[in-house]
Design a protein around this ligand. Sequence first.
Ligand code: LMR
Length: 394
Amino acid sequence: MFEKLYQQPADKILALMAQFRADPRDEKVDLGVGVYKDASGNTPVMRAVKEAERRILANQSTKSYVGLAGDPAFSDVMIKLVLGDTITHDRIAAVATPGGTGAIRQALELIKLADPTATIWLSNPTWPNHPSIIKYLDMPMGTYRYFDNDTRGVDFDGMIEDLGAVAAGDVVLLHGCCHNPTGANLTEDQMAQVIAKVNAQSAIPLVDIAYQGFGDGLDEDAQATRAIAAGFENCLIATSCSKNFGIYRERTGILMAIAKDADQAALAQQNMSFLNRQNFSFPPDHGARVVTTILQDAELRLDWEAELEETRNSMLALRQQLVDELKRLTNSDRFDFLAHHRGMFSRLGTTPELVEKIRVDHGIYMVGDSRMNIAGLNEKSVPVLAKAIVEAGV
Ligand code: LMR
């Protein structure tokens, strides 16, 4: 039977990761996959995570199953982290998932179960795995303009115009913060207009929030998601703990569904648990337990927040250093947009040919659409990147 298989398209980000590993150059720089790295290129286990793991190891008395939705305590702390007190708990259904990707996948499966004709609208561009999963699930898909390649900011007029084509019952995927891959984000006022527009189309938002705490701060980065949640009767939120807790390989995420009332939330909850059972049965527990341990303990939480702030500030400092260096080399402020972007990524806004040239000539790896992982830089590699950008003629 396997002869009937055909080659699947390679994931661009993961293919780049393999290409980087195979490059023998010592001075190579990885600005590809969205993983935080400190100045020495290491992706550390956060202090609070280490301590939570130590406590779990010492105190855990069983590894028996928890529940199809995961530990309710994990749902509680995550709802609070993402939504604060915006929505009453009885309107929220939640299931733990294998990472943020698992949450996206389960959200799409839930949409498909509820309305297989609903079109999922994605920003152009978006994280490449969004369209990939939607295509795999054979769901209708549309795109709305998002990035203005001239300003390297949001093409807000284009976005609003394109959202005019969204039909009643369709789903609009919005990035909660730190837009991946561009780093360009809506202002609070623009988000309010998007909420009004999506509401006017009688569509439902699906929020992907994978980088809370990497942009302007934990609460600041949740503002858009909270405004969306408060602005609709129905809403889906896919959340990842991979980045802000640095527990990438533990696969820790959560899908939240906000329903119009408690009865519909209970129905959504039952369906989401059913979907977990069909796809992988019980969700992974270790990462969720680590997150719960940290968020329930005042001291661990403070330490986690402090380390997350260090991480966030180090990325902001690298952005500024890169902007300053580019300003020095070009005698212009045309790269200032990099300082306005937020999160792990910035889209340089250049061609795949120049991205390839920078890779070949300088061993600097960014995704073909010119997405750079700012956290892949350090003080030494910033000038190297700036020089490469200018030399390539970006
Ligand atoms: C990324 O965009 O690089 C991350 O979300 C990692 C991934 O799985 O693609």
